[in-house]
Design a protein around this ligand. Structure first.
Ligand code: 4UU
Length: 543
């Protein structure tokens, strides 16, 4: 066996050299990021539409000012604040400001429904919120006090509605004493359904974030020639999700790279932004990659992409065809995949192509300091390279458990610290991993997580529905779509549209049920657990 696999223990270790992480207890991730001294006049963040920007020195001073301002406002260490915010150059300012004040952020898709927001506010005990003008109504309905964050630096600076925000970022530096923050303190509560059940709060500590910045972002940058200072990243990924958050709100600032922020994905705008800002790195999810390839087939657009060096895809499977198409259309761009989870603070694997070894269909090599097992999910025995089984991960990126849910924590992270990912993978003979299937319930719509149990919870309240189950089915454009299997109550004549409209009125648009199958019964195990893989099989054979 290769040196990175131990047949005695079944443990795979990383092929990368071990990285020393800071051991000092009294360290927060904000201090850690800015300890790398990128406090000059070069832009840290640029708004793709208006071109307005924040320099590194502005970013740092705004974050510090924000943190002391928050404490004057009465937000204390350990308080939870909700982010109902779209992408903007101010998102990182607010996020890092809250963490620097010792408070905790819980993030959310701003398109979430009032019901979904209410649930998360209740579960996370958020006492304050940051939001945009478009979304503030939803918080007012719930009585959650909110500070409005501008989206467009140029247009919004004169608007009274943002006066609290501008006061917070200007001139508060050093007013209130800083709390003592330890690495083990909670920094964020991100929501994920993990392997089963409804969405749960994933507790991420300052230590988790520090490890993730080192093992994922800084390590990868150290592998490439040239200075990261000249790298320009385009951010279309949502900053409320771990993938975008770790890169664009944390890791890249420690490298001094430049980030161009786009509020909403639009392929023509992406091409324009890449040309205008000479973007070098573009992290995406699979549907974006496909759209970019299609666009680049037009020679003019392809010309606009010549600054691009790396495109990295993650959060959902990339088809062999998408990879082939991309590599053929944009041969000068290095295509890699990355894999991670909310529960691992996005640390997992990252692709690494060299002159002699190019494996864009692999999710890459195990991150430094991380260990893995590949486990036969029927027998529980660990498997060697080239055999596939469930991926277990252990290391400093693993979450500090689910919030108020000891059962879910125990069934996900075992006594030895192994996180059972619910993903089926194998290692090839070079140590590159391949993701083959998902054992768990979660549906990935354009890379967004949808918990079937969340949708079932909505559907079962329909007065004419007796029983229901939700499962994902493969979809060409979005990766997967949620399908509801519905057992009608006796005498009910509800139709597909009634069911879909009922859900659509209560959930964020990306979570909508997109197909309904009426059935007489839901396949369940002896213990009453829905057999979702059976449902998926039914669907695949039907289509
Ligand atoms: C097939 O999606 C994420 C994290 C994504 C990420 C992290 C680091 C992408 C690139 C990167 O470098 O988190 P969650 O919690 O929303 O979803 C986690 C699940 C995984 O368990 C797996 O099923 O998303 C799926 N997934 C992928 N599937 C994540 N990455 C991939 C991938 N291919 N590359």
């Amino acid at each position: 066996y290769p040196w990175w696999f131990s047949p005695e223990t079944g443990i795979y270790c990383s092929k990368h050299p071990k990285i020393t992480l800071p051991t000092y207890h009294f360290l927060d991730v904000v201090t850690f990021i800015f300890s790398h001294q990128h406090t000059g006049v070069s832009p840290a963040l640029i708004d793709s539409s208006s071109g307005s920007s924040l320099s590194y020195s502005q970013l740092y001073s705004f974050v510090k000012s924000f943190a002391s301002g928050l404490r004057q406002m009465g937000i204390s260490q350990g308080d939870v604040v909700l982010f109902l915010l779209p992408n903007s150059i101010y998102y990182p300012v607010v996020f890092l400001g809250v963490l620097y004040a010792g408070a905790i952020v819980t993030t959310m898709n701003p398109l979430s429904s009032v019901g979904e927001i209410k649930k998360q506010v209740g579960d996370s005990k958020a006492c304050h919120a940051f939001t945009g003008l478009e979304y503030v109504g939803k918080l007012q309905a719930l009585g959650v006090p909110a500070v409005l964050v501008p989206e467009n630096a140029v247009l919004d600076s004169k608007n009274e509605a943002f006066s609290v925000f501008y006061k917070l970022i200007n001139g508060n530096v050093g007013l209130a004493p800083r709390p003592v923050i330890r690495q083990q303190d909670t920094a964020a509560i991100m929501y994920s359904s993990g392997t089963t059940g409804a969405s749960k709060g994933v507790i991420i500590t300052h230590r988790n974030f520090i490890a993730a910045v080192e093992l994922f972002v800084r390590f990868e940058a150290s592998q490439y020639e040239g200075s990261s200072l000249s790298n320009v990243y385009l951010d279309v990924l949502p900053l409320f999700h771990i993938y975008g958050l770790l890169l664009f709100v944390m890791g890249l600032f420690s490298l001094g790279s430049r980030i161009v922020v786009m509020k909403k994905f639009d392929v023509s705008e992406v091409v324009k932004a890449i040309e205008k800002y000479k973007v070098t790195h573009f992290p995406v999810v699979p549907p974006i990659l496909t759209a970019l390839t299609a666009k680049a087939k037009d020679g003019l657009a392809k010309q606009s992409l010549k600054s691009l060096k790396q495109v990295s895809s993650g959060a959902a499977p990339l088809s062999a065809k998408s990879i082939e198409d991309f590599v053929r259309t944009l041969p000068h761009v290095d295509l890699i995949q990355g894999y991670g989870m909310t529960e691992t603070t996005a640390v997992g694997t990252r692709g690494f192509n060299t002159e002699s070894l190019k494996k864009p269909s692999s999710i890459g090599l195990l991150a430094p300091n991380m260990q893995a097992k590949v486990v036969d999910w029927k027998t529980g025995s660990p498997l060697p390279p080239t055999s596939s089984g469930e991926l277990w991960l252990r290391g400093p990126g693993i979450m500090n458990g689910y919030l108020n849910n000891a059962d879910a924590t125990m069934s996900t992270v075992d006594e030895e610290g192994w996180l059972h990912t619910g993903d089926i993978v194998y290692f090839d003979e070079d140590g590159y991993l391949y993701l083959q299937d998902r054992l768990k319930d979660a549906i990935k719509y354009k890379g967004f997580q949808i918990a079937p149990a969340d949708l079932e919870g909505v559907l079962i309240n329909h007065p004419e529905i007796l029983d229901v189950a939700v499962a994902g089915v493969v979809d060409k454009e979005s990766g997967e779509i949620p399908v509801a299997f519905v057992v009608r109550k006796h005498g009910s004549r509800i139709l597909e549209d009634n069911v879909m409209d009922f859900v659509a009125a209560q959930v964020a648009p990306y979570k909508k049920v997109r197909k309904v199958v009426f059935t007489d019964s839901i396949p369940k195990s002896a213990a009453g657990k829905i057999l979702r893989r059976e449902l998926r099989k039914v669907l695949t054979s039907r289509l």
